[in-house]
Design a protein around this ligand. Structure first.
Ligand code: HEC
Length: 157
């Protein structure tokens, strides 16, 4: 049908030969800084993990914990060093223990132990910010849900 319509159109006039338009210069290499990666990858995972724990949604908390670990690994890979700070070493040093504790708490479906491990993780965030002379960046557990299109409650069985 489209072909018929096309055929019915008068032949398109040949455009006069044009000089080639100047080629666009290639875009600069995309580089996100540590602050960008924190805001893009780390902060939303930290919020969602907190909301999952508050809702006692253990299967989602397990999923999100894995996402958080991956986010840290990616940050360490993309920004192994920030100024004089060895991010690739600092990140696991500050987060490994609380993340492992959180994993055990999720497996045990233990809200109190999860909350303690979450607080320990959050302290790790702030310890690093202080060590990096970024002590004005203060992280805490979420006090509200900034993701209104996502239901953090466990799915009814
Ligand atoms: C290895 C050290 C380190 C750890 C651990 C760390 N951060 Fe950061 N974070 C930084 C540094 C350094 C900056 C500042 C980067 C800059 O200024 O470019 C930063 C910046 C941020 C920012 C951007 C602040 C803003 O308002 O724009 C957020 C948000 C953030 N971090 C959240 C977190 C959270 C949440 C955690 C823990 C789950 C965490 N960070 C753990 C080093 C760390």
């Amino acid at each position: 049908m489209f072909l018929a319509v096309l055929a019915a159109l008068p032949a398109v006039q040949q455009a006069p030969a044009q000089t080639a338009p100047p080629a666009n210069p290639p875009p600069p290499e995309f580089r996100a800084g540590l602050g960008d990666l924190m805001t893009m990858w780390v902060q939303p995972r930290h919020i969602k993990l907190g909301l999952a724990g508050q809702a006692g949604n253990w299967s989602y908390a397990a999923y999100e914990l894995h996402e958080m670990q991956e986010a840290f690994q990616k940050v360490a890979r993309y920004v192994p060093q920030w100024r004089s700070m060895p991010v690739a070493e600092m990140l696991p040093a500050l987060t490994k223990v609380p993340l492992a504790a959180m994993e055990r708490a999720i497996q045990a479906q233990d809200a109190a132990r999860f909350a303690a491990a979450y607080e320990q993780l959050t302290e790790g965030c702030n310890q690093c910010h202080q060590a990096a002379d970024r002590g004005m960046i203060v992280i805490r557990g979420p006090t509200g849900n900034p993701f209104p299109d996502q239901d953090f409650r466990p799915r009814a069985p």
